[in-house]
Write a protein that binds this ligand. Sequence first.
Ligand code: NAD
Length: 404
Amino acid sequence: MQIAVPAESAAGDTRVAAPPETIKKASLIGVPKETAPGEKRVATVPEVVEKLVKLGFSVAVESSAGDASNFSDETYRAAGAEVVPTAAELWARSDIVFKVRAPSPDEVALMREGGSLIGFIWPAQNPELMQQLAGKKATVLAIDSLPRQLSRAQKMDALTSMAGVSGYRAVIEAANAFGRFFNGQVTAAGKIPPAKVFIAGAGVAGLAAIGTAANLGAIVRANDTRAEVADQVVSLGGEFVKVDYEEEGSGGGGYAKVMSEGFQKAQREMYAKQAREVDIIITTALIPGKPAPKLITADMVKSMKPGSVIVDMAAEQGGNCELTEPGQAVVKHGVTIVGYTDLASRLAKQSSTLYSNNLLRLTEELCKTKDGVIDVNMDDDAIRGLTVIKEGGITWPPPPPKIP
Ligand code: NAD
C-alpha cells in the first residue's frame, strides 16, 4: 500500500514532489505444529502471543500446535491468536514463521516466497535446507547461530535455555532409572547413604545438572577441562575434581579445546576411579564442531555398581560413553545407560515457555518501532550473526562479531 502524492497544485509549479512513501503492513507471525517425530515443544506459548500482539503483530497458530506442551487452542485464542486448521494455510499466510526444529523439505515447500523464518537451523549441518530456503527468497534467522559471546545476546540465547532444561531433565531421568533415594536418610527402617553423582563437563547443561542433583540431596562431584568453572561447580553445591595433570583446557569463547594425550590418559585414570565409586554419571562434555570425547569406556561401565545409571547427554554427537545407544535407554553390565536426545522436549511446557521468551526478546530487537514490522539490521552484530539467509542470499557464515 502506498501513500498517494498530491498532484502539483498549479501548472508551472516548480516544486519537486516528495518520493512516494511506503506504508508497511504489520506482519502475521505463524506458529505451526512441530512435525519432527516425538517433538513436543511449540515455538510460541499463549503468554508470548499477547506480547507479540502488543508489539503490533498478528499471530496465527496451527490447530493443536500446543497440545503436546499443554497449551490448548482455546488458550491461544484467548491470548489473541487466530487458530488455523492446517499447516498448509498457516505457512501460506504467514509473513514470519516461528519454529523450534529446522523445517523439513515438505514444510519449506509450504513456505510463501519471500517469507521469514526464525528457529533452529544448524546451517553447517544442513546445506540442502539452506539451498531450499534460499530458493524461496526467504530471510532466515537461525537461533543456533546467535553470537553467544555478546552479553546483549544472552536474553535471546535459546541454546543456553534448552541446555539448562536438559541438564535438569537428565538428573530426573537418572533418578527415575535409579533404585534408591538421592538424599541420605536415617529412618526407623535403617540408615540410607546419599547417592553419589559424578558430572563430566560443567558447561550450561552440566551446571544445571549439578544444581539439580545437589538440590535432591546427592553428593555431587564434577570435572571439566576448563579450570575456570571450578568456582561455579562449588557455588552450586558440587565438588570440583581436578585431573592430576597441568594443562589449561580453555580454547577461547568459553569453549574447551582438544586436550593432549598426556592429559587424556590422566583424565581416564581419574574417571575410572570415579566410575568405581559413584552411583550415577551424567556426561555433557562437548567441543563445538567435534565428535564428543569418549570419556567413559566399556571397562569403566563394567566396574560400576549394579543398578548404577549413566545419562549421556552427548549421545547425538556420538556419546561420551562407549556403550551409549543414541535415543535409547539400555542396560549393559547391570548399568542403565540413557542416551535420549530429546531431553528438552521431555519437559515441553517449560522448554516451550523459555524458548518463546527467547524468540520474543529477539523480536523486540527486530521491531524497536513496535509497529509489527521487522527490520533485519545487518549492522547489528547480534542480528548479523544469526541471519543466515537475507532475501534469498546466503549470508552464513557471518564475519566475527566486534566485541566491545
Ligand atoms: P557447553 O559447551 O556449555 O558445555 C560442554 C562442557 O564440556 C564445557 O564446559 C567444556 O569445557 C566441557 N568439556 C569439553 N571437553 C571435555 C573433556 N574432554 N572433559 C571434560 N569436560 C569437557 O555445552 P552444553 O550446552 O552444556 O551442552 C552439553 C552437551 O549436552 C552437548 O553435547 C549438547 O549437545 C548436549 N545436549 C543434549 C541434549 C539432549 O537432549 N540429550 C539437550 C541439550 C544439550
